[in-house]
Every structure is written in C-alpha cells, then in structure tokens.
Write a protein that binds this ligand. Sequence first.
Ligand code: SF4
Ligand code: SF4
Length: 364
Amino acid sequence: MIGEEILFECLKCGNCLFYCPVYNVEKEETYSPRGRLSLIEILNEEDLPLLRKNFLQECLLCGACEKNCTGNLKITDIFIANRAKFKKDSPAIKKIALKFFTKGFLNLYKHLFMFVKYVPLSTLPKFNLRFKKINKKLINKVVLFPGCVGNYLITEIKDSAIYVLNLLGYEVITPNFNCCGFPFLSGGDLEQFEALKEENSEILNQYKDLPVITLCPTGNHTLKEYYGFNNIFEFAEFLNKEENYNKVLEKIGEIEDKVSIHIPCHYINFFEEPQYLRKSLSNIKGIEVFEPERQMCCGFGGMFSISYPKVSNKILEKSINNLRAKEGRKVVTNCPGCLVQLSRKSKAYHLSIYLAEKLQEKNP
Ligand code: SF4
Ligand code: SF4
C-alpha cells in the first residue's frame, strides 16, 4: 500500500550516486540516494535533531537511483512513505503551493501571473498555433488524460495532441479529470492523493474499454503504478504503436531541422521501452536528431523547482549543455514539466506541439 513502511537493506555500494542529479551538483553524501537511506534509518530509530532535515525533500523522485540500484530497492516508494511520515519537515513554499494546487486555481494561474516576474512558471513558453477543424471521419475513440500543465498552463500541449490524433482518425474524449495526484504523493499528503485517485478512477472506470492516452510520463506512471490501470498509453508510445503514424509522417514529408531529444526521468526510469520519443522524431525524413549518450534530468521535479530553485537551476544548466541546446538546437521532450523547465534556457517543445507545428507548416 502507498505510504506503508518498507523495510530495506541498502548495500552501501554507492552505485546509485553516479546517477543522482542532486548529488551530482551538491556533491554531499546527505543528498545521495545512499545518504538519504542511511538518514531514514537513523530518523526512524531516534528523533535526532538533524541539521538538514530536508534531505528527504531535496530529491526529485526521478527514479534514477532505483533503476540503477544494485540491491533492487524500491527507493522512490521508500522516500514517499517517509515523506508522508515526516511531512512536517516539508519546505513552507511547497506546503503553500500544494494548498493552491487545485483545478480552479490552475485555471486562473496562467492569466493572473503570466506577466509577474519571479512568480514560479511566469516564463511559460508561447506557441503560435491555429487549429483548423479536421474534415475527416473519426472512427475510433480514445480518452485523453492531459495532466495539469497540459490542461491548464500550456494548453497547446493538449490542443496539439487532439489535432494529431484527429488527423489519425481518432475521436478524442476529454473528460473532466483532476490532477493525477503525484504532487501530493510527493509532498507526503496521502489523504489528498487518495481523494484524487478515487475521483479520477471513477472517470477511468467509465471508459475502461477505450485506450487512455497521457501527455505526461509522470501521470502515466501514476495511473499505472499507483492507480493500477492497464490500458494507459503515453502519447509517443501510442503514436508508434499505431501504423497510422505513417500517415502523419507522410503529411509532414521532409523537413530541415536540428533537434535534441530530452527523455524525461519518469519515462526513462519507469518505462520498459522509452524509445518511442526517439522513434517519433527519427522517422521524420530530413531531420537531424541528436540524443546525448546519457540523458540528464532537467531539474524540474514539480514542486522541487520552486522549493530548491538554485539546485534546480544548476541541474538545468548541466542538462542544457548536455543537449547542446546552446548551439541553436530545439529541444523536444514528451513531458509538460520538462517543457516548462527547459523553456527557461532553450527553445523547447512538447512532442505534440512539435508535430502539430510541422503539420500546419506543411498543410496550411
Ligand atoms: S530519486 Fe533521483 S534525485 Fe532522488 S535520490 Fe534518487 S536519483 Fe537522486
Ligand atoms: S545502489 Fe542501491 S544498494 Fe547500492 S548504495 Fe545505492 S541504494 Fe544502496
């Protein structure tokens, strides 16, 4: 069960250290997966006046340590359970942000704070897309789970996905989903997470015979791992599973462009086949696709970026260099959160927006 205490035995081998984005910029054992696990053990035995109580929070829950753990520990679940247990140690800004993380507020957020510098997310990217009605018979139905950023903050992500799916002949159903709840899970508020899970599961059960497409790997991971639903597809995965994608490629034709691929942590660390983003781009004729030898976290991590902006920024800087974004390459990702973060330092796109833009250029 989520939040339940998990017994673990860390081998202290240190294999995870190399993969941890926070440790890689902080270079302190406290901020390594191994260090956090050791501190959790101590914290659970005695109430130590820890100097750095935020060691549990200053972590992106990216899953890189878990994927590379010699002892096969479910590290992110251990962290989530202990965040819930020591919730009072959450940074104040995170506690406040979670209070406002509601559908109604997110709807207003973009319009209220778009021009106010220093307000988190005030640098949201803008795209110039005009969606025409597609005169095509829509045969099959799919359900769209856009996620909070795609639904409220960068709505072009959702609109572009609908446009591409319509072109493939899919009627897209967009029920009134709420947040998947991962921000609350990550903030240790299990009660609120369970409430959102119940609300969304009720809607998902109404459509259980249809494929559900998510535009956010974190949402996808949450619906599968923590809700227990199966018929859930990430957008790039769904496009590549359908032979219809060839029709999109035909319509795009040949393009001259240089892009870098940013594979999100929750995609690369929790999906069995994270190659779909790469395939969606490299199958386009004429495009020059660069993929770094080793993908690096962008440093967003949801509430992490507002709770620890300096560390988040240091991680972002490394990621931008790794993607060669400063050489004028566009960065394409399939995570709305990574898009928010990468847009601070580069021209970045969500895959749905990139495809929709190219399709519109070719078929004005
Ligand atoms: S989840 Fe990511 S940030 Fe957190 S300890 Fe593991 S590798 Fe580091
Ligand atoms: S790789 Fe796993 S077992 Fe080894 S130190 Fe890291 S958390 Fe412990």
